[in-house]
Design a binder for this molecule. Structure first.
Ligand SMILES: NC(=O)c1ccc[n+]([C@@H]2O[C@H](COP(=O)([O-])OP(=O)(O)OC[C@H]3O[C@@H](n4cnc5c(N)ncnc54)[C@H](OP(=O)(O)O)[C@@H]3O)[C@@H](O)[C@H]2O)c1
Length: 231
């Protein structure tokens, strides 16, 4: 029987690459999206995960068509560059709600199906915030740091039935607004001398999903960027 994976934020960019990679490697993939349905991945489910009841609604929709879940990948996130002066309560909450609370609530809502399959969860964190502090991104960084700690706490709480790990990508796909000069500056901080590719991250997700003695790991996929400190 093919293992079943649910990937959030799978309509575009990195989440889409992870979903397609899993599909190519033998998983039946259920793709989640909010506003961009994925092309070429059937049976996609729509949900706004920033809403308090969004994760439970997605889990319920998934449960109507699937009786097991081998892998949950929490990739959907918001990435807002905000200096402190612009970080009011709503701005802070919007990062935390989607980037940290939604993975927690979705994991919780899917526990019975994950337990039944002795499945695993892979959270998509970020080297920025998840592993090193980032100037000008306090709310985003705090949300990814929270996701890293949630990964570790849930790994303890859900063992031995369910493994919980995270990848912490560095620069992979640039925000479209980043000019060429900024891209060169940021690339120069990466010890391996290049930005990552979606395939680099997808391979790490697949590794963690298939590593039966690994739980609570936060795997940097950043060309060594976390070694060169804060930005
Ligand atoms: N890009 C990078 O280089 C990089 C580096 C480090 C870490 N990461 C992490 O990798 C993941 C994917 O990054 P990305 O750059 O590919 O993301 P992105 O282009 O910013 O896309 C965001 C994703 O989150 C979904 N999303 C946004 N708001 C949502 C909501 N309220 N409810 C449900 N889904 C929502 C979007 O769905 P719709 O488009 O359907 O609305 C989309 O799939 C994120 O966790 C990010 O933090 C990315």
């Amino acid at each position: 029987m093919r293992p079943v994976a649910l990937v959030t934020g799978a309509g575009v960019r990195l989440g889409n690459a992870i979903a397609r990679d899993l599909s190519r490697h033998g998983y039946t993939v259920v793709a989640h999206y909010r506003s961009h349905p994925p092309r070429g991945l059937g049976g996609a489910l729509q949900a706004d995960l920033a809403q308090p009841d969004g994760p439970a609604a997605l889990a319920a929709a998934f449960g109507r068509t699937h009786r097991r879940l081998d892998l949950l990948v929490n990739s959907a996130a918001a990435f807002d560059a905000l200096p402190l002066e612009e970080t009011d309560a709503a701005a802070f909450d919007s990062q935390m709600d989607l980037n940290a609370r939604a993975p927690l609530l979705l994991s919780r809502a899917l526990l019975p199906l994950l337990r039944r399959a002795r499945g695993s969860i892979v959270n998509v964190a970020d080297v920025g915030g998840g592993l090193v502090p980032w100037r000008g991104f306090a709310a985003y960084a705090a949300s990814k740091a929270a996701l890293v700690r949630l990964t570790e706490c849930l790994a303890l709480e859900l063992a031995p039935e369910i493994r919980v790990n995270a990848v912490a990508p560095g620069t992979v796909l640039w925000p479209e607004t980043y000019p060429e000069r900024l891209r060169r500056t940021l690339t120069a901080r990466i010890p391996l001398g290049r930005a990552g590719t979606p395939a680099d991250v997808a391979a790490a997700v697949r590794f963690l999903a298939g590593a039966p003695f690994v739980t609570g790991a936060v795997l940097p996929v950043d060309g060594g960027r976390h070694l060169s400190g804060r930005a």
